[in-house]
Design a protein around this ligand. Structure first.
Ligand SMILES: CC(=O)N[C@H](C=O)[C@@H](O)[C@H](O)[C@H](O)CO
Ligand SMILES: CC(=O)C(=O)O
Length: 343
């Protein structure tokens, strides 16, 4: 008994624990030569783009070019995630989704590093046709959300669905978009990832939008050789995601807090944790304020319009535009944070 405890204690004290190689992200993973190499690593921040709309509710396509320049030049964000939740992807028609994907790929050419297109839909056929289209226009990746109507789906069903979509774009890196609070699908990411590349050879990563750091940590731990992009998706808690080994982040706030968040990433990379935490707290002060007022896509559009000066317009029904009270409150909060000018 005593001996067992001694050896257990030896293990717990961790003499044998290896240091995970946090910075050595490698996306180069080929199996059977079926996979085209991603042209470059996906790392750092990815903005989940908003879909600008006119007052009459049509997509405002001419804005995209200005939007690309703003992200790159003002926010230092060179990756985008198009047609996701923030982009109201599930509220757009398939034709609109295609046209918008094309616009981002075209306008982002030579400016953006990665244009990832979310192609998830409830209909497998629609999802496949969007995946195929993303491949044709030269998107850098596709992402898929769980088809959330049948909430009792099991893991095998979900993986089979994802696999069929991935097969429609056999040379395009594939990302699973885990967002249980919106989909209601609680299948743990860690379980889904286990052996997934045997099923989906193009699998390249996960967008993890959940606060369950045990699940996220186990995704990282399972992939300690780091061939996958493990992208954290709860912006106001990103620092904890980084501590747990996130290789990057996708989120709505990187549209307008990209620069601040990049400063946090740099501090973290220099191992200046107190400074990184200060940046996180700065971001949290704003997020906490707007979350309490009620933060959704409509409100994110209002904030982005405010900060960037680019008109994002109203959301599409069933969402309703942000109230004036929200917008004024957000503006006042931003101003007060700026004038206290930390950091
Ligand atoms: C529910 C939702 O939209 N989550 C986004 C990403 O997945 C985040 O970027 C949040 O918008 C952000 O963290 C603010 O809460
Ligand atoms: C955050 C994100 O990835 C989305 O809104 O789709």
């Amino acid at each position: 008994m005593r001996e067992r405890w001694e050896s257990l204690r030896g293990w717990l004290l961790g003499a044998e624990l290896r240091r995970p190689q946090l910075q050595e992200t490698s996306f180069v993973h080929q199996r059977g030569g079926t996979m085209a190499l991603p042209k470059k690593k996906l790392q750092g921040l990815v903005a989940a783009t908003l879909t600008p709309m006119t007052e009459t509710g049509e997509i405002n396509f001419p804005i995209i070019s200005q939007y690309v320049d703003y992200l790159v030049n003002e926010q230092g964000v060179k990756n985008v995630f198009v047609n996701g939740s923030t982009g109201e992807g599930l509220s757009l028609s398939v034709a609109e989704r295609r046209q918008l994907a094309e616009e981002w790929v075209t306008k982002g050419k030579d400016k953006l590093d990665h244009v990832i297109i979310h192609v998830g839909a409830l209909s497998l056929k629609e999802s496949q046709s969007l995946a195929q289209h993303a491949a044709e226009i030269g998107a850098d990746g596709i992402a898929v959300i769980a088809p959330f109507f049948f909430k009792s789906m099991n893991k095998d069903g979900l993986i089979a669905f994802l696999k069929e979509v991935a097969t429609a774009a056999p040379k395009v890196p594939f990302y699973y978009y885990h967002i249980p609070a919106l989909t209601g699908i609680k299948i743990r990411a860690e379980e889904l990832l286990d052996g997934i590349q045997d099923q989906i050879p193009t699998f390249q990563g996960l967008k993890f939008s959940d606060v369950d750091l045990l699940d996220f940590g186990q995704c990282v731990d399972q992939n300690s050789h780091r061939q996958f992009a493990l992208l954290f998706g709860v912006d106001e808690q990103l620092l904890s995601g980084l501590a747990m080994g996130a290789t990057g982040a996708i989120g709505s706030t990187y549209n307008y807090l990209g620069k601040k968040t990049n400063q946090m990433l740099e501090a973290f990379e220099r191992q200046d944790l107190p400074l990184a935490l200060n940046y996180q707290f700065y971001i949290q002060r704003f997020m906490n304020y707007v979350i309490k007022l009620g933060l959704g896509v409509a409100q994110t559009k209002a904030i982005m319009t405010l900060v960037s000066g680019i008109q994002m317009g109203p959301p599409r029904l069933p969402l309703q535009r942000a109230s004036e009270e929200f917008t004024l409150g957000a503006e006042a909060k931003l101003k007060s944070l700026e004038s206290h000018c930390f950091p």
